[in-house]
Design a protein. Sequence first.
Length: 95
Amino acid sequence: MTSERERDRAPGGSDPTGVFVADTDAERGDAFEVRRSVFVDEQGVDTEVEYDEYDEPGADATHFVAYADGEPIGAARLRSAGDADTSSGSGDRSV
């Protein structure tokens, strides 16, 4: 994983490639857009099912976004294994 600060220091100002903690609104938006594309558009999951309390700011979940040459290509969400609904495991991922 690379932090936002490391990404900003990429040699030559190149676009980021890698997996990053989505700790800015823009990164979270990118992660949510990937999830929407994969789960809602491609798989037909209802948006009310796809997005839940773990997507709210300050929720007990860590969101990640993957970039290739600056384009968001993947997303993951890590939740505590002790969460009540673990039907999809302790994390959700989309690529």
